[in-house]
Ligand binder design. Structure first.
Ligand SMILES: Nc1ncnc2c1ncn2[C@@H]1O[C@H](COP(=O)(O)OP(=O)(O)OP(=O)(O)O)[C@@H](O)[C@H]1O
Ligand SMILES: [Mg+2]
Length: 577
């Protein structure tokens, strides 16, 4: 709660102003019935026109003050609410940036983005409304109550009946509507998730001709959301006439008993008018309170979900006394490494007892069937995930003992599912190094065999890349991602299936340029094709989470059955192609 409330801090002034204006607004409103009664009681009865005009003008003045205060409150509560939401969103965003891959896996990206948008909006509504209704109702209630009792305490006894009845009705309403609104919130979530997943992956949906299926899925989510929303609204609406009935009965009772008092000369018409006005204010405040409860329920789900994000600590922290990864040689050792994606998972590990060493400057190729654990293995080097057992050592030091940021500077990884961001090619490449000069950028692009095709674009390095890099080809995108990683001038470079979409001739040139330009860099190269790996210094063959062979191409061909199989299957492909 503290964490979330502190987001309101910079807007404390606006919040306080909003509250002050609301107090003024309420005061103006509770004074009005008294002034009105004065006009009736003193002005009309005595026929004093001057008094009527004076009091009338005073009423207009009070009304104007009320109106201006209302504006003031609306302005400042909106300002504080919007500012609060912006701060909260910013805080959430920063938090999510610290998350490890494992944290992101556990929340899912769709859920995180809904929390950052929709849930924050809910909190914003609560804050804004809170500064209006939540102050107005509790303030107006006692004021009006005191006034009513002061006018005529015996008549005020009627409230002793109608308020409890109204309270019972409101409690029933809140109890009935709360679970419905909770359900509604969940269905909104489901709807959001469907939209999010679908719009992000529109291209995939289209290419699989899944539009009909997805439309149906969306319609289900949408109908579900509509039905729950309707039921919730219905519960609220059905209660409205009931409450109006209670209010009207109260007024009838006041007129009935008050009328007898007027006849008996213990009450004036003016007092009764005033009294009815205050009674209305009391009952209205109660209804406003009920609405607040419902709003609170709706926001509390969002509050919980936001807190979950804020309370999650990244499970990838710098160790105490962590050292800076600097001046490394680039020797990587896997020492009896086993790995599970989920710590609590006790099924088959994704990697079991993997041991091997990559010497500085070596090119280590990794090959193996899909799902063999190749990506999982190399992700352990820059600590995208931590090992479950054993250790990964960089220059003889456990990677967990390095500062994460400095480790990431030394170990560059081109992920299998890589992406570019909206911006120019130059901007995208600069991700590798903020301060890169144009010469450095060109050199990296040349080494990644990207310079030529970039220059063939009319705008060259200033070509705009759309979100996700959809306006460059798969092979071009891969080479841009490689260039981006090269700009880091890393000691260890990991290419996870990064040339799968590049033609063989270009791939050949890419490998040659790595040999010449990156002589001192240890390179891990995951590939599917034997032709991509055969001139590596060391080839690691993986199967089902284990290493089944290590050696050079000819050694493996002679001794490793799995490698022979891959080789044979690809020879066949080439022959038939
Ligand atoms: N984020 C994840 N959470 C849980 N399990 C995962 C995750 N990523 C991969 N796995 C599982 O780990 C196993 C190994 O996957 P991995 O991605 O390492 O295979 P791979 O050898 O890189 O395959 P490919 O050649 O298809 O890229 C698979 O069974 C996969 O289902
Ligand atoms: Mg993979």
């Amino acid at each position: 709660m503290k964490k979330i409330l502190s987001c309101l801090k910079p807007y404390r002034r606006a919040a306080i102003l909003a509250v002050c204006f609301m107090v003024l607004d309420v005061l103006a409103e509770v004074i009005q019935p008294t002034l009105m009664a004065d006009i009736i009681g003193q002005g009309i009865q005595s026929g004093d026109v001057g008094y009527i005009v004076r009091t009338g003008l005073l009423m207009i003045l009070v009304a104007a003050i009320g109106l201006l205060s209302g504006f003031g409150n609306a302005k400042y509560s909106a300002k504080a609410g919007v500012g609060f939401a912006a701060n909260l969103r910013d805080r959430l965003f920063r938090k999510v940036q610290t998350f490890s891959f494992r944290n992101i896996d556990s929340f899912s990206t769709a859920s995180l983005s809904i929390r950052l948008t929709n849930d924050v909006t809910q909190m914003q509504n609560l804050a804004t409304m809170g500064m209006r209704m939540m102050i107005r109702a509790p303030l107006m209630l006692p004021f009006a109550l005191v006034m009513a009792i002061r006018i005529n305490s015996s008549l005020a006894l009627i409230l002793g009946v109608s308020v409890p009845v109204l309270l019972v009705l409101l409690t029933l309403l809140v109890r009935r509507a709360m679970p419905m609104f909770e359900k509604m919130q969940r269905s909104v979530d489901r709807l959001n998730r469907t939209v999010q997943e679908n719009v992000t992956n529109m291209r995939v949906v289209k290419s699989f001709v899944r539009e009909e299926h997805e439309k149906r899925k969306f319609a289900e989510a949408s109908d579900g959301q509509m039905n729950t929303a309707m039921r919730a609204m219905y519960a609220v609406i059905v209660n409205m006439p009931l409450m109006m009935l209670v209010m009207n009965c109260t007024i009838v009772a006041v007129v009935f008993f008050g009328g007898r008092q007027i006849i008996g000369n213990t009450l004036t018409v003016a007092e009764m008018t005033k009294f009815i006005n205050y009674i209305m204010q009391i009952l209205m405040s109660l209804m406003m309170l009920a609405m607040m409860f419902i709003l609170l329920t709706r926001a509390s789900a969002s509050y919980r979900r936001i807190r979950e994000v804020l309370d999650t600590e990244s499970d990838m922290q710098d160790a105490e006394g962590a050292r800076k990864a600097q001046g490394l040689r680039g020797r990587v050792e896997f020492r009896d490494v086993s790995f599970h994606y989920h710590a609590e998972d006790d099924g088959d590990p994704v990697l079991s007892h993997v041991s091997f060493t990559a010497e500085p400057g070596e090119v280590v190729a990794i090959i193996g069937g899909t799902g063999a654990g190749k990506s999982s293995m190399v992700q352990l080097i820059p600590r995208l995930y931590d090992v479950t057992q054993g250790a990964v050592l960089l220059d003889g030091v456990d990677v967990r003992e390095y500062h994460l940021a400095s480790l990431h500077d030394e170990v560059a990884m081109v992920l299998q599912k890589n992406t570019l961001f909206s911006g120019t090619i130059r901007d995208n490449l600069r991700w590798g190094n903020q301060d890169a000069t144009d010469e450095q950028i060109y050199a990296a692009a040349k080494a990644a065999q990207a310079h030529d095709f970039i220059m063939s674009f009319p705008k060259g390095y200033d070509t705009w890349i759309e979100q996700g890099g959809v306006n460059v080809s798969g092979g071009q995108k891969q080479r841009l991602c490689i260039a981006r990683a090269l700009l880091k001038a890393p000691k260890v470079l990991i290419l996870d299936d990064s040339t799968s979409a590049v033609d063989t001739a270009t791939e050949q040139r890419l490998r040659e340029s790595f040999r010449n330009e990156l002589a001192g860099t240890t390179i891990f190269l995951i590939a599917q094709r034997i032709s991509s790996v055969q001139d590596a210094d060391k080839i690691v063959v993986m199967d089902d989470g284990s290493i089944v062979g290590i050696g050079r191409h000819d050694e493996l061909l002679a001794s490793c059955e799995a490698y022979q199989e891959i080789y044979a299957s690809q020879q066949g492909e080439e022959a038939s192609a």
